[in-house]
Design a protein around this ligand. Structure first.
Ligand code: FMN
Length: 196
């Protein structure tokens, strides 16, 4: 298997991180990999906010968790047994899982491809991170997380235009216990239709 395929098949969502800060050179490469993601019409509108501030990540992570009003997993339906999510373990306090770095991607609110642009960039970042031994988790509810007093304060301080909406977070850090095996995938004949 070549390195690209190894990264695609080996990447896992990581939700337990060590205290170790993310190496600066690796972080730069992750961000650069994001900037090289496909993007609609090559407009390159996504804005990248990188937070290495543990207090801010903690505060926004709690807000993100509280914005999660979804189902709580049952014994038969876990998001991840190896790396439990906030749906699996109500004791988890942060939607960012204590990650030392949290990247938030913002896109214009009047551009229909702004959300896919951000998520495609996030996936590039996740794959680049994995290829360098860095764990990641794509986290939703970025819109809610930044539509709060704490979020607005950061937006103002960082000079983020009011026309931009937060679309996705990428939690990044070194995995506490490696990369778990891939979760079983559903049967292919349930998901793949082929013509021709
Ligand atoms: C659109 C989307 C939203 C997601 N939101 C969250 C989230 O809010 N919190 C979380 O812990 N994981 C989130 N994930 C990660 C998924 O739970 C994870 O990708 C899935 O369980 C498959 O596991 P894997 O990434 O290890 O293959 C999200 C993934 C996607 C694609």
């Amino acid at each position: 298997m070549n390195d690209t395929l190894e990264s695609i098949f080996g990447r896992r969502s990581i939700r337990k991180f060590t205290e170790q800060p993310v190496d600066e050179k690796s972080l730069d490469t992750i961000i650069e990999a994001g900037l090289y993601a496909p993007n609609a019409g090559n407009r390159q509108t996504t804005v990248v906010l990188v937070s290495k501030n543990r207090e801010i990540n903690e505060e926004l992570g709690k807000i993100n968790k509280n914005a999660f009003k979804g189902r709580i997993s049952t014994a038969n339906s876990f998001v991840s047994r190896d790396s439990p999510s906030i749906a699996d373990d109500p004791a988890l306090k942060s939607g960012f899982y204590g990650a030392p770095v949290v990247i938030t991607l913002f896109g214009p609110n009047d551009f229909i491809y702004s959300t896919p642009d951000c998520w495609v960039m996030a996936q590039n970042m996740a794959l680049a991170a994995y290829s360098m031994g860095i764990g990641s988790c794509l986290v939703a509810r970025a819109e809610d997380t930044f539509d709060t007093d704490a979020g607005r304060k950061i937006r103002n301080e960082m000079g983020i235009s009011p026309d931009l909406v937060a679309r996705v977070h990428i939690a990044l850090g070194y995995p506490e216990s490696g990369f778990p095996e891939a979760k079983e995938r559903k049967r292919k004949d349930e998901r793949i239709l082929t013509i021709g």
